[in-house]
Design a protein around this ligand. Structure first.
Ligand SMILES: Cc1cc2nc3c(=O)[nH]c(=O)nc-3n(C[C@H](O)[C@H](O)[C@H](O)COP(=O)(O)OP(=O)(O)OC[C@H]3O[C@@H](n4cnc5c(N)ncnc54)[C@H](O)[C@@H]3O)c2cc1C
Ligand code: SF4
Length: 510
């Protein structure tokens, strides 16, 4: 019988030392895609993943799943607690718990990276074949008309009444029956994410996956053989239980923009750019009450996007402006979006069937930073400039107008001091919203840019092929290299770029 390819270290006596050709940290869109590419090219690949393996019925659709599927049980936030920073932590990474929106990088972003950041190889023409493969991996398609739930249909109705531009987004579901619990994993495995595409393909090509294996430190980053100290976690991933060592010729970090920078900083690897330029792309929820039932907790959560205000080729920033998308989720997720607590919160939750909700997606300019202190503790700092706050105000006004046009009796902006908008005249109150820390429920799902790619170490932390400056054979293949926001959604850009990075590595290594 052949040895298993997915090994949960918490349930075995792990080998004290493992030697491989390539060790990849993280099994999400970046890590799994790289594992597939490199294994099928004949490389011996080992992937380290600190999460467990959850598929099918093990995904119970309950809010309690946050505990097992999200980094720090969904409780990670910026140091000032202003922004919740969400990341998947499970075999397959964020693709397992994301909203399944498929939004490729626009050519404007790539041209911006070429012209402004000197990444001349990344022309839209050069990336197009990799994007095509990513869309195939994701089985990308449009939801059918029946799959657009009332929450998204109302947003579309308002968009059309106001004559704004919008679109039904591509998604990566096949056989979806509309449970609406995508953010805590799909119990019928309808999402074509890395768990069901790149991971089985990588395994078929010979790759192995260690679960409950947390890469804690990287040493000898410049040597032929690098050393990763790996902490073995317990079955639920709560505590570190043991320590093993992995030695590898090539180390690929694909742990997500926060965790990849964290590992480099904790290991003292890389130059002064590591951790800087972090983009969190914070999203702000907004809700509206209708006389009719909306039942936003049923069906595909996000399918309609208002793209009118989005700029895809801003000369200064690449992706800019803002975008509005419907959103739904479990009662727990929805209650966290509502402005009231206790008795009042309960009364609000009774209104849930009549509530519509959407997210305001505002690209940022890398205003964040990942830092690690002497004891190894990580913190995320983020400063929101006035210009960005202004775009949130503009986005609130735009979304409120759309909801009022669709017949909402009240639009509620869930701030510490909730804002109620019932008519056009109420919109002037938005001018006074200051977004002081922890007064608005900002959340980040698309972290990027903490190990910026640049043709020179003066301009960034990794070379255009993802190799971290100051190392020989340590790479970042996730969104940490992206110099600016790649797209309003990061899954497709990460899969695209990971494959591009992997093929470039193979071409250069011969
Ligand atoms: C709630 C939510 C909704 C989203 N919705 C969408 C969407 O609809 N469309 C879209 O395009 N994008 C969406 N995204 C973003 C997208 O899912 C992520 O950008 C993408 O999955 C990131 O891929 P990755 O491979 O870079 O990292 P991840 O998917 O985060 O994978 C990294 C993996 O590394 C593991 N890891 C981290 N540190 C270590 C370590 N030290 N040792 C070992 N393992 C480690 C983690 O457990 C994780 O599983 C969403 C994200 C979230 C959180
Ligand atoms: S809405 Fe579809 S993809 Fe999401 S959890 Fe339900 S069946 Fe799965």
């Amino acid at each position: 019988m052949s040895a298993p390819s997915i090994i949960d270290l918490s349930r075995t006596h792990p080998p004290r030392e493992t030697k491989v050709d390539v060790c990849i940290v993280g099994s999400g869109c970046g890590g799994a895609t790289a594992a597939w590419e490199l294994a099928r090219a004949g490389r011996e690949v080992l992937v380290l993943e600190e999460g467990g393996d959850y598929t099918g019925g093990a995904l119970t659709m309950r809010d309690a799943m946050y505990d097992q599927l999200y980094m720090e049980r969904g409780g990670r936030a910026t140091a000032d607690l202003a922004i919740t920073v969400l990341q998947g932590r499970v075999l397959g990474g964020g693709g397992v718990i994301n909203a399944s929106d498929v939004v490729p990088m626009g050519p404007g972003v790539l041209r911006h990276w070429q012209q402004r950041y000197g990444l001349t190889e990344l022309s839209p023409e050069a990336i197009a074949p990799f994007e095509k493969l990513a869309l195939e991996d994701l089985s990308a398609s449009h939801p059918t008309e029946e799959q657009i739930n009332p929450n998204n249909a109302l947003l579309r109705e308002g968009t059309k009444k106001l004559g704004l531009r919008g679109e039904v987004m591509l998604h990566n579901r096949r056989g979806c029956i509309g449970f609406g619990k995508c953010l805590v994993g799909c119990p019928i495995d309808a999402k074509k994410n890395p768990r069901f595409v790149a991971i089985p393909a990588a395994i078929a090509a010979g790759a192995r996956f260690f679960l409950r294996a947390r890469a804690a430190r990287l040493e000898h980053a410049n040597a032929e053989l690098k050393t990763l100290t790996v902490r073995v976690l317990d079955e639920k991933g709560y505590h570190e239980r043991d320590e093993i060592v992995v030695r590898a010729r090539t180390v690929i970090l694909a742990a997500n923009a926060v965790a990849s920078a964290q590992l480099l900083l904790r290991s003292g690897v890389g130059n002064a750019h590591v951790g800087r330029n972090l983009s969190l792309q914070p999203q702000l929820p907004i809700t509206a009450l209708f006389d009719r039932e909306v039942q936003l907790f049923r069906g595909i959560p996000q399918s309609w996007a208002i793209t009118e205000h989005e700029r895809l080729d801003d000369p200064e920033h690449g992706l800019w402006g803002f975008r509005i998308e419907g959103i739904g989720g479990t009662p727990g997720i929805m209650s966290s979006l509502l402005p009231k607590l206790g008795h009042e919160g309960k009364a609000m939750m009774r209104l849930l069937p009549h509530m519509a909700a959407s997210l305001l997606l505002v690209p940022d300019a890398g205003n964040g930073r990942v830092l690690v202190d002497r004891s190894g503790r990580m913190r995320i700092e983020y400063a929101m400039p006035d210009e960005q706050k202004q775009r949130y105000r503009d986005a609130i006004r735009a979304a409120a107008r759309v909801y009022l046009a669709a017949g909402a009796r009240e639009v509620l902006v869930p701030l510490a001091r909730p804002l109620s908008i019932r008519r056009e005249a109420d919109l002037s109150a938005v001018d006074g919203v200051g977004f002081e820390p922890a007064t608005a429920p900002f959340l980040s799902a698309h972290q990027q840019g903490s190990v910026r790619l640049s043709p020179s170490p003066e301009g960034g932390a990794a070379d255009p092929g993802g190799q971290v400056y100051g190392t020989r054979g340590v790479y970042v293949f996730d969104s940490s290299g992206f110099p600016t926001s790649s797209s309003s959604h990061t899954m497709t850009p990460i899969i695209t770029m990971s494959r591009w990075f992997a093929r470039r590595l193979l071409a250069h290594a011969g």
